[in-house]
Design a protein. Structure first.
Length: 210
């Protein structure tokens, strides 16, 4: 193989122990704490997304839904499958899309949490509720509160049903907020790791340029 002449600067770098020490320090791997900080959010997001998708899949396969509810169930499964995929791949594109989806879901659930129980309670307290059969599992206070008039019974059923819907929506807000926080932490960890790697490369290049 042909041999190339060694430049004076390169010979100086190879012979000078101070320069060699600077190169070794600048190219040293990240500390354990930095690696732990960059690795933990992604792992927690993967575990959370897997548990959430498994729970939704279990509910979807073990409960009978009406034909009108099937598209909603498929949509929810698709969204959570995408969240699981983004948590597994953890590239910037899918994580940003998952961040947008989670943020939109949090805002939507908060709006529903504020508005839906009001309309549900008003509807079941109205005259239209006399033609609606409320499922027995929603009547959580039927053995405690026993009003005599039909209007008072409808109003109580409306309050109970509204409380149940509000509890369900509050649970959705909490779960989606945790998902959003984990995705945001994973994105921040990846950005910090990218900046750290960039600084290491810049320091290495600056040492070689010296």
């Amino acid at each position: 193989m042909p041999t190339y002449p060694v430049l004076q600067d390169e010979a100086l770098i190879q012979s000078d122990p101070k320069v060699e020490m600077r190169v070794s320090v600048s190219t040293s791997p990240s500390t354990f704490l930095d690696r732990f900080k960059s690795f933990t959010p992604g792992l927690m997001l993967q575990i959370f997304a897997l548990i959430k998708f498994g729970a939704i899949l279990y509910i979807a396969t073990n409960r009978q839904f009406d034909e009108k509810e099937i598209p909603i169930v498929v949509f929810v499964l698709g969204v959570n499958a995408f969240i699981l995929f983004s948590a597994t791949c953890q590239d910037f594109c899918t994580l940003i899309l998952a961040w947008i989806v989670s943020m939109s879901a949090v805002v939507l659930y908060i709006l529903l949490l504020v508005t839906v129980p009001i309309f549900v309670t008003s509807y079941f307290a109205s005259d239209a509720a006399r033609y609606v059969r409320i499922p027995s599992e929603w009547k959580i206070f039927r053995d405690i509160i026993n009003y005599q008039s039909v209007e008072e019974r409808r109003f109580t059923d409306g309050i109970n049903y509204g409380m149940s819907v509000e509890f369900c929506l509050a649970s959705l807000v909490t779960i989606t907020a945790i998902q959003f926080i984990l995705i945001n932490a994973t994105l921040n960890a990846k950005v910090d790791d990218w900046k750290r790697q960039k600084q290491i490369r810049e320091k290495r290049n600056s040492v070689y340029l010296v």
